[in-house]
Every structure is written in C-alpha cells, then in structure tokens.
Design a protein around this ligand. Structure first.
Ligand code: GUN
Ligand code: FE
Length: 443
C-alpha cells in the first residue's frame, strides 16, 4: 500500500545546488521506495501532512562510526592516535566482545543516532563475530540502514594480545563467517562490509586474504587510510609506498571502498581512489584531534574522489552528522586561511580550499550514498524513502526560521548549523517511521 506525504523538501541534487520543493506531494510504495514526487495544488490531500514550518531533508549517511567506542563518546581526545588506541580504545572495544554489554550498548547507540537523523550508518563493530551480528540485528530491530563490519586485526605489533585475531587465517575465516551471519538476517536494511582496521593493525597475509574475500564475495571494504602523520609515514616505512598504494596492492581499494580520513592523501593516491570508484569518509571533527591536518575535501571532490561525511565516533566527540557538516565547512576555512596569525596572510593557508554549506550537506547525503552505492541521499523517484523532518518553528530552539528575515538559503543553513534532536520531528527509513519526537498518528 502506498503512503502519501505533503511536505516542503530541501536537498542538494548536486554539491553546488540547494533545491527547494514547496508543497510537494511524495508517494512511497509498499517497498519503502519513492514512487512519485510532484508539486501539488494548495488543496491537495495526503496521508501525512507536515506543517509548512517543517522541512523534509534526505536522511543523513554517516560513513564512519566505531560502534564499540560509543561508551567513550566525548572523552579521551588528548592523546596521539596510536596511544589513544592502546590506552582508551582497545580496552573498551574488547569489553564489547561480551554479548551482555553489547546488548546494552548497541540499541542505545542506534536509537540515539536515529534521533539525530542518521538513517544510514557504516559501522566498525568488534573482532567478535557474535557481537558484530548482534549489532546488525540491533539495526534491523530499530530500522536503521547499515553496513556492519567485523573488525579484522592480527598484527602483533599493532594490536594488543588480548584484542586481536589469533592469526591471519583465523581473521579471514571470522570475517567470512560474519558476512554469512549478516546475510542470513535477510534484511533489506543491513549488509556486511569487510573491515581490516588499518595497515598498522594487520599483517600482509590478512590484508591480502581480505582483498581476495572482497573480490570473491562481492562485499564492500572499509579501512583507515593515511589518517595521521604517524599512519601515513608508517606505510612508507613498512611497504615503501603510500597507504593507498599498499591497500590497492592488497586488492582492498575497490568500487565503493570507504577509506576513513585520508588527510595525507597525495595527488597520486587520489587518482587511484577515483579510478577504482573508492572514496573517503571525511571526519572533520575527529581529524582536528588525531589527523595532524585538515582533509582537503574540495581538492578531493575536484579530483573525482567520492567523499562522504563521518562522525568517527568516538574519535569525533559528537554523535550527529549535521554538526559534522558545519565542522567540515569550518575546517575548510581554517585550511584556506591558515591558522598562524604570525605569518603573512599569503603564506598562511592553502588557497581554494573552502567548501560551502551545500557542499557539506551534499557529502552528508548524496555524496555518502554515492560512496556506498546505496539508493539513498536524495528524495527522488526510485530511491528509498529515508528522510528527516525538521521543525523550524519550535519555541525555545535556537533553530527558528523568521518569516520576512530568512530566505530559503538561510533557512537551510540554519537547519544544518542549529538542528538538534528536539527539532527532529520524524525520521523515516525505507518508508518506516523510526524516530522523532512528534506523535506518529499525525496522518
Ligand atoms: N585507526 C585505527 N583504528 C582507529 C580508530 O578506532 N579511530 C581512528 N580515528 N583511527 C583509527
Ligand atoms: Fe575511525
């Protein structure tokens, strides 16, 4: 059965363009896909009629989340990446291999992310097949679209003895089993993703085995790539080439592969990613703490690299993707202008680096969808109805659109910079209402 909606839509069909559709009548079919969108006359009816002060945007696509870091969100960001991993992160992740703890954490995290408008999430789970499958189930139960990866890591130098795959063959077998268990859930929402943590945590044998597995099973890949000075330099020391070139040699840079961070990618690395159809999960807030550099988002986009946005929970200290949009814009301004006022302005920054708010929102929606190869990120016929309804007139909210003051472009900018969960009235994934404070019986 179809459901119809009467709404105002704001979205970015390309990264330079804000599209506003007022009084749009949108019809969703029984499979949760958009069957039609047309601009209606003023007396049109629909099953769901949103107030004119509510704006429908495409659901947000968070391309990089570490699920077992959820309990440490907001903390522990004062150490360099390699120390933070060993002192804070691996001990917590190891605890999330316990089903009992995972059964508390996963539903709490998924519900919170949905309330922030994250309709698609790309997760690193744990090394445990069991708690990884539990995460996939938690997404299915809550109605979140997700790619869920069992974390593969076996390198004796890059991992602690108490949180690693026993050896490469065990890591490859566990990753294959995880793929099968997630596929066996038979949910249209959830898919597996092959997840070698990053090169310092993986032996050559594991990386090569997972590259082969990706080819054989036709499953996407995610990993970290040239995130920090340390990780970038590590690859040259170990492989004699860049992280991207090494990962490519192992067959891990593929169509829709998600490389997290990529702050130190060179032009050649970007060319490899573009040629393979791979791309970057740009995590601007996390990068400020761990990456030692700002990711050159505009240079990557201009080079034809796919780019989505990511929170990098808990390397980034905020749960929602809208705040990453503003952070992406802010960081791009710092990159362009430079940061040391003691230098002459002309040699302080990297010119032509700034991105706009439409670029950022595009990355958070259609850019992420394109990176992953999922039919989401835009409200258009044939795509899944994954959408977020934002109230722009809530008393007490910083997000207020003032009639006669704010035009569409400013209203859009306000939504991105100021909307928080109390402003999010409804969240739909695949046509099912899954979050939002408003009564669901408003039809
Ligand atoms: N590199 C390898 N593992 C991690 C992680 O958990 N977070 C971040 N930011 N970088 C990583
Ligand atoms: Fe990460």
């Amino acid at each position: 059965m179809n459901t119809s909606y009467l709404v105002t839509i704001m979205q970015t069909p390309d990264r330079h363009r804000l599209e506003v559709l007022r009084n749009a009548r949108l019809e969703v079919d029984g499979t949760g896909r958009i069957a039609s969108i047309e601009v209606a006359d003023s007396d049109a009816c629909a099953d769901v009629i949103l107030p004119p002060t509510t704006v429908l945007i495409p659901g947000l696509v968070d391309t990089h989340i570490h699920a077992p870091q959820w309990p440490q969100l907001g903390t522990g960001l004062d150490l360099p990446l390699e120390t933070w991993l060993f002192e804070h992160t691996f001990p917590l992740e190891a605890r999330l291999t316990q089903p009992e703890f995972a059964s508390e954490v996963w539903p709490d995290m998924v519900a919170t992310l949905l309330a922030h408008g994250t309709t698609t999430a790309v997760y690193y789970a744990t090394t445990s097949v069991e708690t990884t499958t539990m995460l996939a189930s938690a997404c299915v139960d809550a109605g979140q679209r997700a790619l869920v990866g069992r974390v593969a890591m076996d390198h004796p130098d890059g991992t602690p003895s108490w949180y690693r795959d026993e050896h490469a063959a065990a890591g490859i077998a566990a990753s294959a089993q995880s793929i099968e268990e997630i596929a066996a859930l038979e949910s249209p929402l959830v898919e597996p993703i092959i997840t070698p943590r990053f090169t310092p945590a993986c032996t050559d044998e594991l990386l090569a085995g997972l590259g082969e597995l990706a080819g054989e099973m036709g499953v996407r890949v995610q990993t970290h790539c040239s995130e920090s000075d340390w990780e970038h330099g590590y690859a040259f020391d170990r492989f004699g080439e860049s992280d991207t070139a090494a990962l490519d040699g192992f067959g891990l840079v593929r169509d829709h592969s998600v490389m997290a961070h990529g702050d130190h990618l060179g032009d050649e690395d970007m060319a490899v990613l573009a040629a393979r159809g791979a791309g970057v999960a740009h995590c601007p807030l996390s990068n400020a703490y761990f990456a030692n550099a700002v990711f050159p988002a505009r240079r990557a986009l201009d080079a034809g690299v796919r780019v989505g946005l990511g929170t990098d929970i808990a390397g980034g200290a905020q749960p929602g993707l809208l705040s990453q949009c503003s952070d992406a814009v802010t960081m791009s301004r710092l990159l362009e202008d430079g940061v040391d006022g003691g230098r002459a302005s002309e040699d302080r920054g990297v010119s032509n680096s700034r991105i706009s708010i439409t670029d950022a929102f595009w990355m958070a929606t259609l850019g992420g969808a394109d990176l992953l190869g999922l039919d989401v990120g835009l409200l258009e016929v044939g795509r899944h109805f994954d959408a977020v309804a934002v109230d722009t007139a809530r008393l007490g909210s910083a997000l207020r659109v003032w009639p006669g003051v704010d035009d569409d472009a400013r209203a859009f900018e306000k939504i991105i910079r100021l909307a928080t969960p109390p402003d999010i009235a409804h969240v739909w994934v695949g046509g099912r209402r899954v979050a939002g404070w408003a009564e669901s019986e408003d039809r």
